[in-house]
Write a protein that binds this ligand. Structure first.
Ligand SMILES: [Fe+2]
Length: 329
Protein backbone atom coordinates (compact mmCIF):
# COMPACT_ATOMS: atom_id res chain seq x y z
CA UNK A 1 0.00 0.00 0.00
CA UNK A 2 1.37 3.43 -0.91
CA UNK A 3 1.64 6.14 1.71
CA UNK A 4 0.50 9.71 1.35
CA UNK A 5 3.00 12.54 1.72
CA UNK A 6 2.88 14.73 4.82
CA UNK A 7 4.03 18.29 4.21
CA UNK A 8 5.16 20.83 6.77
CA UNK A 9 6.27 24.46 6.93
CA UNK A 10 8.02 26.52 9.61
CA UNK A 11 4.78 27.10 11.52
CA UNK A 12 4.79 23.37 12.25
CA UNK A 13 1.33 22.65 10.84
CA UNK A 14 1.36 19.23 9.19
CA UNK A 15 -0.82 18.43 6.18
CA UNK A 16 -1.48 14.99 4.74
CA UNK A 17 -2.00 15.14 0.97
CA UNK A 18 -3.66 12.56 -1.24
CA UNK A 19 -0.73 11.14 -3.21
CA UNK A 20 -2.69 11.17 -6.49
CA UNK A 21 -4.81 14.31 -6.40
CA UNK A 22 -2.71 16.35 -3.89
CA UNK A 23 -5.97 17.15 -2.13
CA UNK A 24 -5.43 18.02 1.52
CA UNK A 25 -6.83 15.17 3.61
CA UNK A 26 -6.04 16.40 7.11
CA UNK A 27 -4.42 19.31 8.95
CA UNK A 28 -2.62 18.93 12.27
CA UNK A 29 -1.86 21.68 14.76
CA UNK A 30 1.61 21.21 16.37
CA UNK A 31 0.51 22.95 19.58
CA UNK A 32 -2.33 20.49 20.10
CA UNK A 33 -0.34 17.44 18.98
CA UNK A 34 3.13 18.04 20.45
CA UNK A 35 2.87 21.30 22.45
CA UNK A 36 5.39 22.95 20.11
CA UNK A 37 4.81 26.32 18.44
CA UNK A 38 7.01 25.78 15.40
CA UNK A 39 8.88 22.93 13.77
CA UNK A 40 11.70 22.67 11.28
CA UNK A 41 10.47 22.43 7.67
CA UNK A 42 13.06 19.74 7.00
CA UNK A 43 12.46 16.57 9.06
CA UNK A 44 15.29 14.07 8.56
CA UNK A 45 15.00 10.34 7.91
CA UNK A 46 17.66 8.21 9.56
CA UNK A 47 18.45 5.68 6.83
CA UNK A 48 19.97 3.21 9.30
CA UNK A 49 17.07 2.96 11.74
CA UNK A 50 14.12 4.25 9.72
CA UNK A 51 13.24 6.82 12.40
CA UNK A 52 12.31 10.32 11.24
CA UNK A 53 13.42 13.19 13.46
CA UNK A 54 12.24 16.74 13.68
CA UNK A 55 12.99 19.63 16.01
CA UNK A 56 10.48 22.11 17.34
CA UNK A 57 10.37 24.96 19.83
CA UNK A 58 7.76 25.46 22.55
CA UNK A 59 7.37 28.95 23.99
CA UNK A 60 5.14 28.69 27.05
CA UNK A 61 7.02 28.60 30.39
CA UNK A 62 10.25 29.68 28.65
CA UNK A 63 11.42 28.76 25.15
CA UNK A 64 12.55 25.15 24.84
CA UNK A 65 13.90 22.94 22.08
CA UNK A 66 11.92 19.72 21.56
CA UNK A 67 13.27 16.73 19.65
CA UNK A 68 10.50 14.72 17.97
CA UNK A 69 11.06 11.13 16.93
CA UNK A 70 8.66 9.35 14.55
CA UNK A 71 8.89 5.55 14.28
CA UNK A 72 9.87 3.74 11.06
CA UNK A 73 7.28 3.78 8.28
CA UNK A 74 4.70 1.82 10.20
CA UNK A 75 2.21 4.63 10.13
CA UNK A 76 -0.99 4.29 8.12
CA UNK A 77 -1.56 8.05 7.85
CA UNK A 78 -0.56 11.37 9.40
CA UNK A 79 -2.86 10.87 12.39
CA UNK A 80 -1.27 7.51 13.12
CA UNK A 81 2.30 8.87 12.67
CA UNK A 82 1.54 11.75 15.05
CA UNK A 83 0.07 9.34 17.61
CA UNK A 84 3.25 7.24 17.52
CA UNK A 85 5.59 10.24 17.79
CA UNK A 86 7.65 10.52 20.96
CA UNK A 87 9.47 13.53 22.37
CA UNK A 88 13.06 12.29 22.65
CA UNK A 89 14.16 15.22 24.79
CA UNK A 90 13.48 18.86 25.61
CA UNK A 91 16.02 21.44 26.73
CA UNK A 92 15.93 25.20 27.28
CA UNK A 93 16.76 27.66 24.52
CA UNK A 94 19.56 29.99 25.59
CA UNK A 95 17.07 32.78 26.07
CA UNK A 96 13.60 32.26 27.56
CA UNK A 97 11.90 34.98 25.52
CA UNK A 98 13.98 35.17 22.34
CA UNK A 99 13.12 32.29 20.04
CA UNK A 100 15.69 31.32 17.45
CA UNK A 101 14.61 31.28 13.79
CA UNK A 102 14.23 27.56 13.08
CA UNK A 103 14.11 26.18 9.56
CA UNK A 104 16.42 23.16 9.50
CA UNK A 105 18.75 21.07 11.65
CA UNK A 106 21.50 18.51 11.09
CA UNK A 107 21.98 14.83 11.73
CA UNK A 108 25.12 12.68 11.82
CA UNK A 109 25.42 9.00 12.65
CA UNK A 110 25.11 9.57 16.40
CA UNK A 111 23.92 13.15 16.87
CA UNK A 112 21.20 15.65 16.05
CA UNK A 113 22.55 19.18 15.75
CA UNK A 114 20.62 22.42 16.08
CA UNK A 115 21.85 25.99 16.02
CA UNK A 116 20.32 28.76 18.11
CA UNK A 117 20.84 31.72 15.82
CA UNK A 118 20.77 35.40 16.81
CA UNK A 119 17.83 36.12 14.50
CA UNK A 120 15.01 35.81 16.97
CA UNK A 121 11.28 35.97 17.30
CA UNK A 122 10.50 37.97 20.41
CA UNK A 123 8.05 35.82 22.43
CA UNK A 124 6.27 38.85 23.93
CA UNK A 125 5.67 40.26 20.45
CA UNK A 126 4.53 36.86 19.17
CA UNK A 127 1.97 36.50 21.95
CA UNK A 128 0.71 40.07 21.56
CA UNK A 129 0.35 39.52 17.79
CA UNK A 130 -2.41 37.00 18.52
CA UNK A 131 -4.59 39.91 19.62
CA UNK A 132 -3.42 42.50 17.08
CA UNK A 133 -3.96 43.13 13.41
CA UNK A 134 -1.55 44.30 10.72
CA UNK A 135 1.49 42.51 12.13
CA UNK A 136 3.64 40.26 9.97
CA UNK A 137 6.35 37.85 11.19
CA UNK A 138 9.09 40.36 10.34
CA UNK A 139 7.68 42.78 12.92
CA UNK A 140 8.49 40.23 15.62
CA UNK A 141 12.11 39.66 14.53
CA UNK A 142 15.21 40.88 16.32
CA UNK A 143 18.79 40.48 15.09
CA UNK A 144 21.38 40.39 17.86
CA UNK A 145 24.71 39.46 16.27
CA UNK A 146 26.54 40.05 19.54
CA UNK A 147 24.99 36.78 20.78
CA UNK A 148 26.72 34.79 17.99
CA UNK A 149 25.30 31.33 17.14
CA UNK A 150 25.06 28.61 19.74
CA UNK A 151 25.50 25.00 18.61
CA UNK A 152 23.66 22.21 20.45
CA UNK A 153 24.03 18.52 19.85
CA UNK A 154 21.92 15.68 21.16
CA UNK A 155 22.80 11.98 21.24
CA UNK A 156 20.22 10.15 19.11
CA UNK A 157 20.18 6.99 21.20
CA UNK A 158 20.04 8.49 24.67
CA UNK A 159 18.54 11.92 24.06
CA UNK A 160 21.40 13.33 26.16
CA UNK A 161 22.20 16.97 25.36
CA UNK A 162 25.82 18.11 25.42
CA UNK A 163 25.97 20.88 28.02
CA UNK A 164 29.12 22.64 26.80
CA UNK A 165 28.49 26.15 25.49
CA UNK A 166 29.64 26.10 21.87
CA UNK A 167 29.54 29.42 20.00
CA UNK A 168 30.51 30.62 16.54
CA UNK A 169 33.18 33.32 16.39
CA UNK A 170 31.08 35.32 13.92
CA UNK A 171 27.31 35.65 13.93
CA UNK A 172 25.46 34.30 10.91
CA UNK A 173 21.91 33.83 9.70
CA UNK A 174 20.94 30.67 7.88
CA UNK A 175 18.04 28.69 6.53
CA UNK A 176 19.66 25.39 5.61
CA UNK A 177 22.12 22.88 6.91
CA UNK A 178 23.81 20.99 4.10
CA UNK A 179 24.97 17.93 6.04
CA UNK A 180 26.64 16.75 9.23
CA UNK A 181 28.97 13.80 9.72
CA UNK A 182 31.56 12.39 12.09
CA UNK A 183 35.21 11.81 11.27
CA UNK A 184 37.36 10.40 14.08
CA UNK A 185 36.75 12.55 17.13
CA UNK A 186 35.17 15.40 15.23
CA UNK A 187 31.63 16.37 14.31
CA UNK A 188 31.52 18.25 11.01
CA UNK A 189 28.65 20.68 10.43
CA UNK A 190 28.19 22.24 6.96
CA UNK A 191 25.78 25.18 6.76
CA UNK A 192 24.85 27.86 4.19
CA UNK A 193 25.65 31.02 6.15
CA UNK A 194 24.70 34.64 5.57
CA UNK A 195 26.80 37.31 7.34
CA UNK A 196 23.78 39.35 8.42
CA UNK A 197 20.00 39.48 8.51
CA UNK A 198 19.66 41.78 5.50
CA UNK A 199 17.86 39.24 3.36
CA UNK A 200 14.88 39.33 5.72
CA UNK A 201 15.20 42.90 6.98
CA UNK A 202 15.27 44.43 3.50
CA UNK A 203 12.36 42.58 2.00
CA UNK A 204 9.71 45.03 3.05
CA UNK A 205 6.98 45.96 0.61
CA UNK A 206 8.37 49.53 0.61
CA UNK A 207 11.80 48.31 -0.43
CA UNK A 208 10.49 45.96 -3.08
CA UNK A 209 8.31 48.73 -4.55
CA UNK A 210 11.24 51.11 -4.75
CA UNK A 211 13.33 48.54 -6.61
CA UNK A 212 15.53 47.34 -3.76
CA UNK A 213 17.79 44.49 -4.82
CA UNK A 214 19.54 42.02 -2.55
CA UNK A 215 23.33 42.29 -2.51
CA UNK A 216 25.68 39.51 -3.50
CA UNK A 217 27.79 39.90 -0.37
CA UNK A 218 24.72 39.25 1.81
CA UNK A 219 23.98 35.96 0.02
CA UNK A 220 24.94 32.61 1.58
CA UNK A 221 28.25 30.79 1.32
CA UNK A 222 28.79 27.18 2.29
CA UNK A 223 30.76 27.08 5.55
CA UNK A 224 32.16 24.22 7.59
CA UNK A 225 32.23 24.14 11.39
CA UNK A 226 34.14 21.37 13.13
CA UNK A 227 33.25 20.47 16.71
CA UNK A 228 35.91 18.36 18.42
CA UNK A 229 34.00 15.73 20.41
CA UNK A 230 36.34 16.29 23.34
CA UNK A 231 34.15 19.37 23.84
CA UNK A 232 31.47 17.06 25.28
CA UNK A 233 33.52 17.39 28.48
CA UNK A 234 34.79 20.96 28.70
CA UNK A 235 37.09 20.00 31.60
CA UNK A 236 39.18 17.95 29.18
CA UNK A 237 39.75 20.97 26.90
CA UNK A 238 42.72 23.22 27.54
CA UNK A 239 42.77 26.97 26.82
CA UNK A 240 46.43 26.69 25.89
CA UNK A 241 45.64 24.50 22.85
CA UNK A 242 45.23 26.85 19.84
CA UNK A 243 43.08 24.38 17.91
CA UNK A 244 41.25 21.41 19.46
CA UNK A 245 40.51 19.85 16.04
CA UNK A 246 42.76 16.88 15.33
CA UNK A 247 42.74 14.18 12.67
CA UNK A 248 40.66 16.12 10.15
CA UNK A 249 41.96 18.27 7.31
CA UNK A 250 40.36 21.70 7.58
CA UNK A 251 41.16 25.37 8.09
CA UNK A 252 38.33 25.57 10.64
CA UNK A 253 39.31 26.13 14.26
CA UNK A 254 37.86 25.28 17.65
CA UNK A 255 39.32 26.59 20.88
CA UNK A 256 38.39 27.15 24.50
CA UNK A 257 37.84 30.62 25.93
CA UNK A 258 36.14 31.44 29.27
CA UNK A 259 34.90 27.87 29.65
CA UNK A 260 33.25 27.98 26.21
CA UNK A 261 34.22 26.49 22.88
CA UNK A 262 34.51 28.98 20.01
CA UNK A 263 34.21 27.78 16.42
CA UNK A 264 35.84 29.51 13.47
CA UNK A 265 34.48 28.26 10.18
CA UNK A 266 36.18 27.16 6.98
CA UNK A 267 34.53 28.84 3.99
CA UNK A 268 34.28 25.95 1.53
CA UNK A 269 33.68 28.25 -1.45
CA UNK A 270 33.34 31.99 -2.02
CA UNK A 271 30.60 31.26 -4.56
CA UNK A 272 27.23 32.37 -3.28
CA UNK A 273 24.97 29.32 -3.24
CA UNK A 274 21.95 27.85 -1.46
CA UNK A 275 18.94 25.51 -1.80
CA UNK A 276 21.08 22.43 -2.12
CA UNK A 277 20.22 19.00 -3.34
CA UNK A 278 22.30 15.93 -2.46
CA UNK A 279 22.15 12.20 -2.87
CA UNK A 280 20.20 11.41 0.34
CA UNK A 281 22.15 8.17 0.77
CA UNK A 282 25.02 10.36 1.99
CA UNK A 283 22.97 12.19 4.61
CA UNK A 284 24.95 11.93 7.84
CA UNK A 285 28.05 10.73 6.02
CA UNK A 286 30.95 12.45 4.24
CA UNK A 287 29.56 13.96 1.08
CA UNK A 288 31.46 14.94 -2.06
CA UNK A 289 29.03 16.50 -4.52
CA UNK A 290 26.34 19.07 -3.92
CA UNK A 291 23.99 20.77 -6.38
CA UNK A 292 22.89 24.32 -5.53
CA UNK A 293 21.22 27.34 -7.02
CA UNK A 294 23.09 30.64 -7.20
CA UNK A 295 22.84 33.74 -5.06
CA UNK A 296 19.65 35.66 -4.35
CA UNK A 297 21.25 38.86 -5.63
CA UNK A 298 21.94 40.06 -9.15
CA UNK A 299 25.60 39.15 -9.48
CA UNK A 300 28.09 36.75 -10.97
CA UNK A 301 26.29 33.96 -9.14
CA UNK A 302 22.72 34.87 -10.03
CA UNK A 303 20.46 32.65 -12.20
CA UNK A 304 22.91 29.76 -12.14
CA UNK A 305 23.01 26.17 -10.99
CA UNK A 306 26.21 24.81 -9.47
CA UNK A 307 27.65 21.38 -8.98
CA UNK A 308 30.20 21.81 -6.22
CA UNK A 309 32.90 19.24 -5.49
CA UNK A 310 33.60 19.64 -1.77
CA UNK A 311 36.79 17.59 -2.03
CA UNK A 312 38.50 19.44 -4.90
CA UNK A 313 36.52 22.72 -4.59
CA UNK A 314 35.81 22.57 -8.36
CA UNK A 315 32.55 24.09 -9.49
CA UNK A 316 30.57 23.30 -12.59
CA UNK A 317 28.12 26.05 -13.37
CA UNK A 318 25.08 26.10 -15.63
CA UNK A 319 23.76 29.46 -16.72
CA UNK A 320 20.48 30.12 -18.45
CA UNK A 321 21.21 31.59 -21.88
CA UNK A 322 18.84 31.87 -24.81
CA UNK A 323 16.54 29.20 -23.44
CA UNK A 324 19.27 26.68 -22.81
CA UNK A 325 21.81 26.07 -20.09
CA UNK A 326 25.48 26.48 -20.86
CA UNK A 327 28.22 25.01 -18.74
CA UNK A 328 30.74 27.47 -17.32
CA UNK A 329 33.83 25.97 -15.70
FE1 LIG B 1 13.98 25.01 3.27
Amino acid sequence: MGLNPIVIGDTGYMFELDRFSLECLSRHDPVKEFSVHCQSSHPLLDQETGYTYNIGISIFSGAKWNVLKFPPAASKNAKDAIKKCEILTTFPCRNKTLISWLHSFGMSKNYLICIDQPSYFNAAKVISSIFAKGICPKDMNEWKPEHKNRFYFVHKQTGKVVKTEILSKEAFFFYHFLNCFEVGDNLIVDVFCMPNFNLVENQTIENLRTGYKARDKDSPTLQRFVIPLIATDIRKCSESVPNLITGFNTTARAYKVDNKIVLESEILSDTRMEFSSINRKFLGNPLRFVWCSGAFAVSLHHHKIFKFDIETKDILCWQAKENQFVVLK
